[in-house]
Design a protein around this ligand. Structure first.
Ligand SMILES: NC(=O)c1ccc[n+]([C@@H]2O[C@H](COP(=O)([O-])OP(=O)(O)OC[C@H]3O[C@@H](n4cnc5c(N)ncnc54)[C@H](OP(=O)(O)O)[C@@H]3O)[C@@H](O)[C@H]2O)c1
Length: 241
């Protein structure tokens, strides 16, 4: 039996681009009211309009907050009074030799990828606990599960291993409750994540896959019967072509 997302209220962080935007669209098309979060007010408004056009019957709400700013997280996310689904998706990429890391960039990666989802989750847990049944999906990465050779991203991996630890510990904390906590661990996806970090990767590197695969995986996780849980899902390329 699958679980209907109709009339559920869902928040997707980092919903203005890439995977998050596609998840917001899929949730709205499944009948959920969606809160679209992003850091850029124009991108948030534009994304809301796109989501609304594709799912005219649901409510689509804007939430603007720069996730590098803990004080702003506390005020902006506290405006949410009803929530059934939290997708902690926002993230930034950093690679290269550790010695070359810019301290400001390191703090941004740890802030957006790890501190922010912890703060947002903590803040919204009372609201999620209040729902009849609620769900949290933490988007980590396969880089938060395995350390590849010859490809250095110590800080990004640290942030993603961190969110894995938070997610799995939180799942234990809320075991046998009305809050279901799940972790999603994708390999490389065809998004602008790397370009935004200043790299010249092509849109289709052999190690990347279509983010729609991740949307389908996350929607599968969210629509399982409340009695069961897909505790974690790792999605990686089986063929590098
Ligand atoms: N792409 C991959 O290969 C890959 C693989 C494994 C895991 N992931 C993870 O998947 C998630 C989604 O990434 P993506 O590939 O879809 O990248 P993306 O297209 O760049 O999307 C990232 C989202 O996070 C937002 N964001 C970044 N910094 C922010 C900040 N300071 N405050 C608020 N929002 C911020 C971005 O806003 P803007 O639109 O303003 O940039 C965007 O909406 C991330 O957690 C990433 O680590 C990605």
């Amino acid at each position: 039996m699958s679980f209907s997302l109709r009339k559920q209220v869902a928040l997707v962080t980092g919903a203005t681009d890439g995977l998050g935007k596609k998840i917001a669209i899929a949730l709205a098309q499944a009948g959920a009211d969606v809160i679209v979060h992003g850091r850029d007010v124009q991108k948030v408004t534009q994304t809301c309009q796109e989501v609304q056009k594709l799912a005219p019957e649901v409510s689509v709400t804007e939430l603007v907050c720069d996730l590098t700013q803990p004080a702003a997280i506390e005020t902006q996310f506290a405006t949410i009074k009803k929530l059934d689904i939290l997708v902690n998706n926002a993230g930034v990429w950093l690679e290269g030799n550790t010695i070359d890391g810019n301290p400001e960039k390191i703090l941004e990666v740890l802030g957006v990828n790890l501190t922010a989802p912890v703060l947002i989750t903590r803040l919204l847990l009372p609201v999620l606990k209040h729902a009849e049944f609620s769900q949290i999906v933490n988007v980590s990465s396969i880089a938060g599960v395995e350390i590849p050779s010859g490809f250095f991203h110590t800080v990004y991996s640290a942030s993603k291993f961190g969110i894995q630890a938070f997610s799995e510990a939180l799942a234990k904390e809320f075991d046998n409750s009305n809050v279901r906590v799940m972790g999603y661990y994708p390999g490389g996806m065809e998004t602008q994540l790397f370009v935004k970090a200043g790299h010249t990767y092509k849109q289709h590197e052999p190690w990347m896959f279509d983010p729609q695969e991740s949307v389908d995986a996350i929607m599968f996780m969210l629509t399982r019967s409340p009695k069961v849980v897909v505790k974690r899902m790792d999605l990686i390329n089986h063929q590098q072509g």
